[in-house]
Ligand binder design. Structure first.
Ligand SMILES: [Zn+2]
Ligand SMILES: [Zn+2]
Length: 338
């Protein structure tokens, strides 16, 4: 492939992305170059463009739900990988040396800021570079746009749900029915949970039931939480806000677990937390093993995100749809840069 890469670049905070041409980064021995065919838009891309984390330097090219073809391999990567259709999620590299990498948890690598697929050039582009071990073969029959969304949103909810046993604790609540939530309903049901969708959008009731929820808790309805007192073993939070923590605590069984896959402000009365021995934990993408497991599991159980497909050249329009919460439920960009 050519020695230039075109990337839609965030130049400064909350500005429109602009196409820029870069010299293609030189590959290290363990890296591959992936020509991007598809890239999903994840909430974290928008948060980075809006500088929510205040850890990334502008300019940068967002995009970390990448599907494409391996076009070049570093000296240490088998040439048999050339031409492979692959996926890359949030993580493109890890140091391989720190305590967390040595424990098999590279997603928690201490070099986290430099490990994202955004470095050096993310997936809203013609090509990315990643360490070969974070570049996953995709099931042959899985559609490109399905795979793209599974690589970040799918992994995030699958790893959270599969680490707990539905056989012992089947009562799952999913708060927020959006990009992550609509996949959590599908994965939850397939993993054996009895799933309740918890949302303030009553209009999503029918779709939530079709995705796999057996019940729909409309947070806007008076008394909606009452029948669920002391009900859930596990609640997965996929919403960044818009819910009442005390109500969530009230529906947890003793020793129940609340898992955050999003970044809502946590404001709660600790009494229930203590006397009911509840726990709250975060979850961040997943391990490479969980990624491979998730892709095979999703394929076997026909798990599919609901996706809107748009050309990469209309990325700013697509970003607006996601920002305004209009996308049902994710947008995947198709590379039309030629
Ligand atoms: Zn993501
Ligand atoms: Zn590390």
């Amino acid at each position: 492939m050519g020695d230039k890469v075109t990337g839609y670049t965030a130049m400064s905070r909350s500005e429109e992305l602009v196409p820029r041409v870069y010299d293609a980064p030189v590959l290290k021995a363990d890296e591959v170059r992936v020509a991007v065919t598809h890239c999903g838009i994840c909430g974290s891309d928008l948060q980075a463009v809006d500088d929510t984390y205040q850890v990334f330097d502008f300019p940068f090219v967002p995009g970390h739900e990448v599907v494409g073809i391996i076009r070049e391999v570093g000296d240490g990567v088998p040439v048999s990988r050339l031409g492979e259709r692959v996926g890359v999620g949030w993580q493109a590299r890890a140091c391989g040396k720190c305590e967390l990498c040595r424990q098999g948890l590279p997603q928690l690598c201490l070099e986290v800021v430099d490990n994202g697929t955004w470095t050096p050039i993310g997936g809203f582009s013609s090509a990315i570079v990643a360490q070969s071990r974070f570049v996953y073969p995709l099931p042959a029959d899985m559609a490109d746009e399905t795979a793209a969304v599974l690589l970040c949103a799918g992994l995030s909810v699958y790893s959270a749900l599969s680490r707990h046993s539905a056989a012992l604790e089947p009562w799952l609540g999913v708060v927020g029915i959006g990009g992550l939530g609509h996949l959590a309903l599908q994965f939850g049901k397939a993993l054996g949970y009895e799933v309740t969708a918890i949302s303030s959008s009553a209009a999503k009731r029918e779709e939530a039931l079709a995705f796999g929820a057996s019940r729909f808790l409309d947070m806007g309805e008076k008394g909606a939480f009452k029948p669920f007192n002391d009900y859930f073993n596990l609640v997965l939070i996929t919403a960044h806000g818009g819910f009442d923590w005390d109500r969530i605590l009230g529906v947890m069984k003793r020793r129940g677990k609340i898992i955050l896959a999003a970044f809502p402000k946590v404001t709660l009365d600790p009494v229930d937390l203590v006397v009911h021995e509840l726990s709250i934990a975060g979850t961040f993408v997943g391990t490479p093993d969980e990624m491979r497991e998730m892709l095979a599991f999703a394929q076997a159980h026909h798990i599919r995100p609901m996706v809107e497909v748009m050309p990469l050249s209309r990325v700013n329009e697509a970003v607006c749809r996601v920002r305004e919460n209009k996308a049902r439920y994710r947008v995947v960009l198709v590379n039309d840069l030629g």
